[in-house]
Write a protein that binds this ligand. Structure first.
Ligand SMILES: [Zn+2]
Length: 319
């Protein structure tokens, strides 16, 4: 008898925990309402708006026309992308028949020099630590820096420099370093390496290798809203709205499979931005858009997975 009751309770608990507060469609629908990204806080574009752009063949053609097609999206472009767009618009006045790649190539050399200048200052700061690191780490760092310098000082490297790979290599070299403060210092310096999302020169260098239509789409793509798996799929995170947060493509792609505390290290304003998003979700809920259960669950999941670093206030939900 007792056994039966216990079993019954288990079943009812299981059912309750599997109740999904929003369908994928309902969650995606929220992206029609200028939701700020959970991580960077910037307003996101609905993915269907972006899909319409992918099918426009003219993006590969004369820049004069591409500028007209993209102008309505200028407002939602991220700061670097907007600066590049303005640069392309100015170039297009002079060379209306050239495509975006041809225009970007006109500017590549000067931006590449600017980028290498910034990178080499940072690499020098990192190389300084060879003087004070233990022998084993110092040797490994020396090898990494020789290889890295070969890439950035070669005008035509076989493989372009990748900031992401460089930082993960630095972390790997320093993973057993006892001096945690020094480890943190070196990684922080490496993080100052320019990203295409925060330096025009890095954007131009990265994108000048791409096809004209890809460059055009890359001006918009970072702003597209996506479902971020809060618990990564690779760690058996659920594939439904109990485990989804709305995040822009840029933040979603740059997180990879890293846990949320690592994402906060890279984006120290994430806890404040998560609050911005929650406030927006609450105000929509008050207009009967979205779901209360979704917001409550988001709060709990974020709190747990961020090691209590993201503690959003949802008291307005019950006001
Ligand atoms: Zn973002």
């Amino acid at each position: 008898m007792v056994k039966k009751i216990v079993k019954k309770e288990n079943i009812s608990f299981k059912c309750k925990s599997e109740e999904i507060p929003l369908t994928r469609k309902e969650l995606k629908n929220l992206l029609n309402f200028r939701i700020p990204c959970l991580c960077c806080g910037r307003e996101m574009l609905h993915p269907e708006e972006y899909l319409k752009l992918i099918h426009i063949k003219e993006l590969a053609g004369p820049s004069e026309l591409v500028i007209q097609i993209l102008e309505p999206y200028e407002k939602i472009m991220y700061p670097v992308e907007r600066q590049v767009f303005n640069m392309l618009r100015n170039l297009s006045i002079k060379y209306p028949n050239r495509n975006f790649q041809q225009l970007l190539l006109l500017k590549k050399d000067v931006h590449e020099l600017a980028l290498v200048r910034i990178q080499s200052i940072i690499f020098n700061k990192i190389s300084f630590y060879r003087r004070i690191l233990p022998e084993k780490e110092s040797k490994k760092l020396r090898n990494l820096m020789i290889k890295t310098n070969d890439i950035i000082f070669d005008p035509q490297p076989k493989k372009p420099f990748s900031r992401r790979i460089f930082i993960s290599k630095i972390k790997h070299i320093l993973k057993n370093l006892h001096n945690k403060k020094m480890r943190h210092e070196i990684i922080e310096i490496a993080r100052r390496l320019p990203r295409s999302s925060d330096e025009v020169c890095a954007f131009v260098v990265k994108n000048a290798r791409k096809r004209a239509e890809v460059i055009a789409l890359n001006l918009i793509h970072p702003s597209v809203g996506t479902f971020e798996h809060l618990q990564p799929k690779s760690q058996k995170g659920a594939n439904n709205s109990l485990n989804f947060a709305l995040e822009c493509s840029y933040c979603n792609n740059s997180r990879h499979h890293f846990p949320i505390p690592v994402q906060i290290e890279e984006n120290p304003y994430m806890p404040a931005n998560a609050q911005l998003q929650a406030d927006k979700l609450i105000s929509l809920y008050k207009k009967n858009i979205g779901s209360k259960e979704y917001i409550k669950n988001l709060k709990n999941v974020l709190y747990t997975l961020s090691n209590q670093q993201i503690d959003i206030d949802i008291s307005k939900l019950d006001e």
